[in-house]
Design a protein around this ligand. Structure first.
Ligand SMILES: [Zn+2]
Length: 246
């Protein structure tokens, strides 16, 4: 969805809400979640109500919106600014939202968009070492990341070096390293996608300032997704993925 069309939707909260519900981001309840009665409806006070057992629940129940406190229009703008690759910090400033809230949302976006296996890193909440190797495989002009070397000596690794600016803030440099001697890294047809990816990723990691490993890996995973899916309408894909994952 283009910005100009979104601007129409976010004019008022009702339209924003209807839009989110039509995309399945907000859930439509046909049954009461307690007594299973079909006599349910929306009340004026931002809630659903069961007219059989009198239960009430918020319109955000079971949706990604239950994680954050912001208006429906603000949520839509967060999705749009994520698509346009504003950082969480810039987005928070532009929308006058809490930075942590936006960061949490952006990480959720990254997880659903890239089908990121969060279990891979959940056991490792520690900070990144100052140098970290991530393994790359290039296949049919697409790039796949691995956190362990599952390819043996044939793998190409990406060296990420962290430089601290101050506590909690760093910048990252990435380069290809540890190449198997048998493989030439000169730009050849074989490695064209790889070199393209490095350029693509360098530009994007330039803006990344966090120091948490989880955040960095999620951002990297998003960069890979964007690289592998050029021309994709991220806003629409994100909406689809959110509706399927929540
Ligand atoms: Zn009920």
């Amino acid at each position: 969805m283009k910005m100009i069309d979104l601007l129409e939707v976010i004019q008022d909260e009702k339209r924003s809400e209807d839009f989110l519900r039509s995309r399945g981001v907000l859930k439509t309840f046909t049954h009461c979640y307690k007594c299973n009665s079909t006599k349910v409806g929306m009340t004026r006070s931002d809630r659903w109500k069961c007219y059989t057992c009198e239960s009430e629940w918020t319109r955000r129940k079971d949706s990604i919106l239950s994680l954050v406190r912001m208006k429906y229009s603000e949520f839509l703008l967060c999705m749009k600014l994520f698509e346009l690759e504003l950082t969480a910090e810039e987005t928070a400033t532009q929308l006058k939202l809490n930075y942590r809230t936006v960061q949490l949302l952006f990480n959720e976006f990254r997880i659903v968009l890239t089908a990121f296996d969060i279990k891979k890193i959940i056991s490792d909440q520690t900070l990144l070492k100052d140098e970290e190797l991530i393994y790359l495989v290039e296949e049919k002009e697409k790039i796949f990341l691995f956190h362990k070397n599952e390819m043996g000596s044939g793998a190409i690794s990406l060296k990420i070096t962290r430089h601290f600016i101050q506590e909690g803030t760093a910048y990252y440099k990435i380069e290809i390293s540890n190449i198997n001697k048998m493989q030439s890294l000169k730009i050849s047809k074989q490695h064209l996608a790889l070199h393209k990816f490095i350029r693509f990723a360098k530009k994007r990691l330039f803006d990344f300032r966090g120091t948490g490993k989880k955040n960095l890996l999620l951002r990297l995973s998003e960069i890979v997704y964007r690289f592998n899916n050029p021309g994709v309408d991220i806003f629409s894909c994100l909406g689809k993925q959110i509706s399927q994952n929540y």
